[in-house]
Design a protein around this ligand. Structure first.
Ligand SMILES: Nc1nc2c(ncn2[C@@H]2O[C@H](COP(=O)(O)OP(=O)(O)OP(=O)(O)O)[C@@H](O)[C@H]2O)c(=O)[nH]1
Length: 320
């Protein structure tokens, strides 16, 4: 008779203000780069999942956009998206960076987590003190106390407080243990080896967005949306069916539109004589070819969609 060990599976969600290290932590937990990382806030607009495969568990991580006080319709939509995701997960990891004092943004998030923690099917929340490597032991201890007090002051209870450093790998394995412990018993939800189930279109849009913002983030903060129009095999080039020929990869046409809010921003993206857009295309194409395992002809268009962040119709078209 074989001895069956308990197998757990389920979902965890990382929340926190922009730039607190959610994407970096997701990648550290999964052990491979899955989310798009950036030194600037709010680049992760879509829910990106990474999957931690273990013998005894499968932990599916949902990396959300920063939960923040909405100022625009887009902000509201993002918050609704975050709330919907949260009510469906088995455990939430609330990220609070060690190098920053707890502020109104954190309190706002805690207030949004409260109903989940106190609901009929309470969702456990683990407070994760990120970027622990940036402070000394004394300050870390003070921060841990402050994190504890945040819960007490709101009549909440973290199921654990775990300091980590995604950069140094400090306590990352411990955090995995804590998260896994909250998962219900169940079989693998995804096949082994699959790290992300994010639709290809979303990942392509993220790659283009990242490349387009490179070096011009200050001029184009949050005013760029990317829509993948189509991905089709290139016809009439003699390349049809070349995927079957060993050593030859298929050629795909990928059509992408970049939406900006103003004419002046269009100029920034395109650059003099189209030079910048060509660079964006080259950088993004490399990533897309890797992602799709195909040669790619990338067709980029830039359009002005005035105030797209506030327009419900535009938002719907862009997939929000
Ligand atoms: N020193 C240090 N820096 C970190 C650590 N984790 C993340 N960072 C840095 O913090 C910045 C933000 O990290 P991200 O992972 O992009 O943060 P995020 O919370 O996903 O950001 P948004 O997508 O804007 O919500 C980046 O510059 C990271 O390199 C860490 O453990 N230690």
């Amino acid at each position: 008779m074989t001895h069956e060990t308990l197998h757990r599976s389920g979902f965890a969600c990382l929340v926190g203000r922009p730039n607190v290290g959610k994407s970096t932590l997701t990648n550290a937990l999964v052990g491979e780069k899955v989310a798009i990382m950036s030194a600037r806030p709010q680049t992760t607009r879509h829910t990106i999942r990474g999957i931690v495969h273990r013998e005894d568990a499968q932990l599916v991580l949902v990396d959300t956009p920063g939960l923040h006080r909405p100022r625009t319709l887009l902000g509201e939509r993002l918050n609704t998206l975050v709330q919907d995701t949260l009510s469906e997960v088995d455990v939430v990891a609330f990220c609070l960076p060690a190098d920053q004092k707890i502020g109104p943004g954190d309190k706002y998030i805690a207030s949004r987590l409260a109903p989940l923690m106190q609901g009929r099917r309470p969702v456990p929340v683990v407070a994760v003190v990120t970027k622990s490597d940036l402070v000394d032991r004394g300050r870390l201890a003070e921060h841990l106390v402050a994190v504890d007090q945040l819960a007490t002051s709101m009549d909440l209870d973290w199921s654990a407080i775990v300091p980590v450093s995604a950069k140094g790998g400090y306590q990352v394995a411990e955090l995995t243990e804590v998260l896994v412990a909250h998962l219900p018993e169940g079989p693998d939800l995804y096949p082994d080896g699959e790290l992300t189930d994010e639709p290809e279109e979303t990942m392509i849009a993220e790659l283009v967005r990242e490349a387009a913002l490179e070096g011009v983030r200050d001029e184009l903060p949050h005013s760029l949306a990317v829509s993948v129009e189509e991905i089709v095999p290139r016809e009439g080039t003699g390349d049809e069916g070349s995927g079957d020929v060993p050593g030859r990869r298929p050629l795909l046409d990928v059509r992408v539109t970049l939406f900006v809010e103003r004419e002046s921003q269009k100029g920034i993206i395109i650059g003099r004589g189209g030079s910048r857009l060509r660079e964006v295309g080259t950088t993004a194409r490399e990533g897309i070819e890797k992602l799709l395992g195909a040669r790619v002809y990338l067709d980029l268009h830039v359009k002005v969609a005035k105030d797209w962040q506030r327009d419900p119709k535009q938002l719907q078209r862009l997939g929000f």
